[in-house]
Design a protein around this ligand. Structure first.
Ligand SMILES: *Cc1c(COP(=O)(O)O)cnc(C)c1O
Length: 380
């Protein structure tokens, strides 16, 4: 892949830079695919701008790699993706919004029908047209979010008058506790999904997100829908993460200054210098997706950045447009006005930063702001 800046201004004008390694995303997809049960297809979930990495760029790269089925959340994402990939199979996980069926059909987007109302509306459309338009049917096996209840599913699918010519292109369900592979609910949902869908032969089935893929072949069925693992994130809360990082955020150093011992740093004066400090102030903040909850105070350590292999702890609160870092013990020549500090990437895992912010790497990645320069290429 060529490096492709998609930015309007010269690099030096940006407060920070987001680098996305599309080859790493492709490698993660291939790794997951290599672990699938025979006959199972590896799709890709690229909702929320492909977890912050860029929907069009990521979709194109995965299509080149051989991926043919894509999941997004909302119809607008599906419409945009259709422009990018004229021949891919596209599912909208959020299902059928009112008054959108015609548009979805025009753009060959398949809703994941998530309620009896949605199923009835789609089936009626098929009946009128005397043909089946492809759409998935989502059955709830325990998460109680989207999906027909087990009873509704069994009754509706067996009701030939309701279904008419509509033949679902996929049966789908979603795991509630995949991030903990030992949670008993995983096996319960697996059993429930198998039991509910087995009477209806000939429809492909999909249960697994990233965690489901890593939990092994029992969970793979005909198609898997990994998201976070493609982007290097953690599917499981604990244990090794076999995926490689795909994104790096670097923030620009604006000034380097001294803070006398005993003085406080940042909004709210929440952190006091315990010794004379040297601070670097970088031009990225929570408006760029560096979550404010990863701030530091005298009571609670915050996140960090990396400069030339050295750790630079966050001092005080993260503000909207800047972060203050402790560079006291870092060689001066590495900390220069205009230089870049890694705030997320190979040396600062999204999951680690997320832990400081009491959240998960999903939120970190999807928060990454639009104010950065965006580069596609190796993370270096
Ligand atoms: C987001 C989502 C996925 C992908 O989940 P990951 O945990 O990111 O792999 C799969 N299926 C559904 C229904 C989703 O909402």
């Amino acid at each position: 892949m060529s490096e492709k800046p998609i930015n309007a201004y010269s690099s030096a004008l940006y407060g920070g830079r987001l680098t996305v390694d599309l080859d790493a995303i492709a490698a993660n997809w291939s790794l997951l695919r290599s672990r699938l049960a025979p006959g199972s297809e590896c799709a890709a979930t690229i909702k929320a701008n492909a977890y912050g990495t860029g929907q069009a760029e990521t979709a194109k790269r995965l299509f080149e790699e051989g991926c043919r089925t894509f999941f997004v959340a909302v119809p607008t994402e599906a419409m945009a993706l259709r422009q990018t990939l004229p021949s891919a199979t596209i599912y909208a996980l959020d299902g059928l919004f009112p008054d959108t069926a015609d548009l979805l059909l025009q753009h060959d987007v398949r809703p994941v029908l998530g309620s009896l109302d949605e199923l009835k509306e789609w089936a009626a459309l098929c009946r009128t047209a005397r043909k089946s338009f492809p759409a998935a049917v989502h059955v709830d096996t325990g998460i109680h979010r989207l999906g027909l209840s087990g009873d509704e599913f069994g009754t509706a699918l067996a009701d030939l008058e309701l279904m008419g010519p509509f033949k679902p292109s996929l049966f789908m369900s979603h795991l509630a506790c995949g991030s903990d592979p030992d949670h008993p609910m995983n096996q319960e949902q697996l059993a429930r999904f198998t039991e509910l869908t087995s009477p209806f032969k000939g429809v492909p089935r999909s249960l697994a997100n990233s965690a489901g893929v890593l939990m092994g072949p029992d969970y793979h069925f005909d198609l898997v829908r990994p998201g976070i693992s493609l982007y290097g994130g953690r599917a499981f809360d604990h244990g090794d993460n076999p995926m490689q990082p795909v994104a790096k955020v670097e923030a620009r150093i604006m000034i380097v200054r001294n803070v006398p011992k005993g003085d406080a740093i940042g909004y709210g004066a929440t952190q006091t210098a315990k010794r004379a400090l040297r601070n670097a102030v970088v031009a990225a903040g929570y408006a760029d997706g560096l979550l404010r909850r990863a701030s530091s105070s005298d009571d609670r350590p915050g996140g960090f950045g990396m400069i030339g292999g050295h750790k630079a702890s966050i001092l005080g609160r993260i503000s909207m447009d800047m972060i203050t870092l402790d560079v006291t013990d870092i060689p001066e020549h590495l900390v220069q006005r205009g230089g870049l500090v890694e705030m997320l990437g190979p040396n600062v895992a999204a999951a680690d930063m997320a832990a400081y912010a009491e959240t998960i790497d999903y939120e970190y990645l999807t928060s990454l702001g639009r104010r950065f320069e965006r580069i596609y290429g190796p993370l270096g």
